[in-house]
Ligand binder design. Structure first.
Ligand code: ADP
Length: 374
């Protein structure tokens, strides 16, 4: 290579280096900004547990200046808090893997996330820590859970107390219709029949509300369920609920696997899906429902496919809301609680439920349940 060529090459490599330095210093500037202005505590510790650097948020939250604390153990922590933090650090140095946990520091609760920093030989020699203050989030979550529990207790009490009077109204109306039919004018007879059917509707509503409010309350014990025999029973029960009664409207397509679930809750889930699949049918058509299941390592997905009236695309999400009905009670009787029960039941299993459908082309409801429960 001639001298001139060597000079050109040198110039190019110098220019490359300058560009790299520029990029690096820009990145360093960004990192400084993140370190200084991130709204969470950020700190770096060495392998002896001493702080090497802390950010402004850290100084503010623990009312301590960087120069007071850098080079020291975390002085802002109590003895107990320090012990918990050090155990966390030791786990990270030992494993070389990032980890997070909840820690209480003073009056606040933090989600503490720590990452190992490796030296050139690949040994973890420092830790970078991030403390996210979750005190307010935890408080709001707790308040929401308390409110929910209150609401559930309230709806349970209301439903429970309404159950007996609704049944009595129906029973008395039936007694009048049956025992005093000859003394009743056709108009009185019709009114009494209306009272009876309204009381029946009310009692069904109360029953459904009670079922819904009981899902997920108390201790839930999960068990292994043989889906074939389990769904066979649900199919038989559901087939006899709707009028008219059809001959074997629900076909289970083998193989159906074993799943892990809460049997009582899953009974409600599949009873409702099966009853709907038989109920929402064009008058004069016989229902034909196919149940299949697919599973992988993580989930089992059960599909309930019917040949019913189908659902408009815009309504597919709405129908899982409580009291959401797309038809009047005269055409298709119901309370509008069935799919809300399904949704709540599936949620208790950390699963999901959705539907694919087109008007006139039937519907397929999918229930996806995790293979393992905590
Ligand atoms: P209900 O069956 O008591 O009306 P649900 O909560 O079970 O209440 O269902 C809500 C609404 O979703 C129903 O009123 C109906 O309009 C629609 N729906 C549910 N399942 C089906 C289905 N298989 N085919 C068509 N529409 C359905």
């Amino acid at each position: 290579m001639s001298l001139a060529e060597e000079i050109v090459q040198l110039r190019n490599s110098l220019a490359d280096r300058e560009r790299t330095i520029e990029k690096l210093s820009e990145k360093a500037k960004w990192l400084d900004l993140i370190f200084d202005y991130a709204p969470i505590n950020i700190y770096i510790k060495n392998s002896s547990g001493c702080l090497i650097s802390v950010n402004k948020e850290f100084e503010k939250n623990f009312s301590i200046k960087a120069e007071q604390i850098v080079g020291n153990f975390p002085l802002h922590l109590s003895e107990e808090e320090l012990k918990i933090a050090q155990e966390h650090d030791q786990r990270i140095f030992a494993s070389g893997i990032a980890s997070e946990q909840e820690e209480t520091i003073g009056e606040r609760i933090y989600r503490v996330i720590k990452h190992p920093v490796f030296d050139t030989q690949g040994n973890p020699t420092q830790i970078i820590g991030f403390d996210v203050d979750i005190t307010d989030l935890n408080r709001s979550r707790q308040e929401l859970m308390d409110r929910n529990r209150e609401l559930e207790a309230f709806s349970y009490t209301v439903a429970h107390d309404l159950k007996a009077p609704a049944r009595r109204i129906k029973a008395f109306a039936d007694m009048l219709v049956e025992g005093h039919r000859s003394n009743l004018s056709p108009e009185a007879f019709e009114i009494l029949e209306n009272i009876g059917s309204s009381a029946w509707q009310m009692s069904k509503l109360v029953d459904d509300l009670l079922k819904m409010s009981q899902i997920g309350t108390g201790e839930i014990s999960f068990e292994t369920i043989d889906l074939t025999s389990f769904l066979q029973e649900m199919a038989r029960e559901a087939s006899h609920t709707n009028l008219p009664v059809y001959e074997n409207p629900i076909q289970l397509v083998a193989p159906l696997p074993l799943i892990v679930g809460h049997s009582l809750t899953l009974k409600l889930v599949f009873r409702n899906l099966f009853e709907n699949a038989i109920k929402f049918i064009t008058p004069g058509t016989s229902p034909s429902v196919r149940v299949t299941a697919e599973q992988n390592e993580d989930y089992c997905t059960i599909a309930v496919k019917d040949n019913g009236i189908g659902i408009d695309e815009k309504q597919l999400d709405d129908i899982f809301g409580i009291f959401k009905r797309l038809h009047s009670g005269d055409t298709y009787p119901g309370t509008g609680i069935g799919l809300a029960i399904v949704k709540k039941g599936v949620k208790v299993h950390n699963g999901s439920v959705w539907v694919e459908s087109r008007p006139g082309c039937g519907s397929t409801f999918y229930v996806r349940l995790p293979q393992n429960q905590p």
